[in-house]
Design a protein around this ligand. Structure first.
Ligand SMILES: C[S@@+](CC[C@H](N)C(=O)[O-])C[C@H]1O[C@@H](n2cnc3c(N)ncnc32)[C@H](O)[C@@H]1O
Length: 288
């Protein structure tokens, strides 16, 4: 079968199965099957697929049609220009989480992260609930002098985060540790950064079925209301930050108001929107 025929029939099939963006998904899975880029697909529409390629493409389409996210099929997701391995043990990094990274970098540039007696380039940062390691890795890339720690409660997630760090050459830059939020860190940080679980079980029916069915439950849901994890994280962050240090967290519009309330005794509290104008990043400074 020629590539163009395989591609067109895959697009129709995914559309029939109500997979969003069927063309993009079909192309992605064909590129994955052939280990090629989009330019190759379109430059060789008449190239014949081998029996083995057809079998693998078919298997990928079956998975996608039953709702498995394309990233769990291909095993990859890009974040902050980094190619990350993802498995169902970790949340698929989202583009909006890049706002958390941007926010930390902006603060580092504006106020300098270095605590007393430390140069501004030696920020001490902890990423809580690191998942694939995406935030910690992006910060390691951008802040070569920073000391970076990362925790997760899931050992399986930490395995993926460590593998990503090793693949990208950052294994000596980030210390990964299994922990419930910040427990046992015993250090004082300039930044506590986190994309914690923040969806409430009570709003589960508003969450995409693919997310509910295939992404790790403890990465998405925090409890009944969605603020349960943040409620524990905020006091722990205060204890772990140096005076004047920053807490930067991803949130959703649903919990923005409650998050502001929980930060009432912090300084310089702001809630920043994402590109869709949804409240996305909460940041606050520990009182000096
Ligand atoms: C929303 S995901 C974020 C993952 C990654 N940082 C990202 O931005 O894609 C939340 C992560 O927090 C972890 N997590 C959930 N509860 C935790 C807890 N009590 N302590 C530490 N990590 C936790 C989950 O395993 C998951 O990896």
């Amino acid at each position: 079968m020629q590539l163009k025929i395989a591609l067109n029939s895959a697009i129709q099939r995914l559309a029939r199965d109500a997979v969003p963006s069927p063309r993009m998904n079909a192309e992605l899975l064909l590129m994955f099957t052939l280990d090629c880029d989009r330019a190759y697909l379109h430059a060789h529409p008449e190239r014949e697929m081998s029996e083995e390629e057809r079998t693998r493409f078919e298997a990928a389409l079956v998975e996608r049609a039953r709702g498995v996210p394309a990233q769990y099929i291909t095993g990859h997701q890009e974040f902050w220009g980094l190619d990350l391995i993802v498995t169902p043990a970790v949340l698929i990094p989202r583009p909006e989480t890049e706002h958390v990274v941007e926010s930390v970098l902006e603060l580092v540039r504006k106020v300098g992260g270095g605590g007393q007696g430390r140069p501004a380039s030696a920020e001490k940062i902890i990423d809580v609930g690191t998942g694939s390691g995406c935030i910690a890795l992006a910060l390691a890339k951008e802040l070569p002098g920073a000391e970076i720690h990362a925790t997760d409660i899931s050992l399986e997630a930490l395995e993926i985060a460590r593998a990503n760090a090793a693949r990208l050459g950052f294994e000596n830059r980030i210390q990964f540790r299994e922990a419930d939020l910040l427990q046992g860190s015993g250090l004082e940080f300039d930044f506590v950064v986190s994309n914690p679980p923040y969806v409430g079980e009570s709003e589960a029916d508003q969450v995409q079925l693919e997310v509910r069915k295939f992404e790790p439950r403890n990465a998405v849901f925090a409890g009944t209301t969605g603020v349960e994890v943040i409620k524990r994280l905020i006091p722990q962050a205060r204890a772990a930050l140096r005076p004047g240090g920053w807490l930067v967290m991803e949130i959703s519009g649903t919990i923005a108001e409650q998050t502001s309330d929980l930060l009432h005794d912090w300084d310089e509290v702001s809630i920043l929107p994402d590109l869709q104008s949804i409240p996305r990043v909460a940041r606050a400074r520990k009182r000096r």
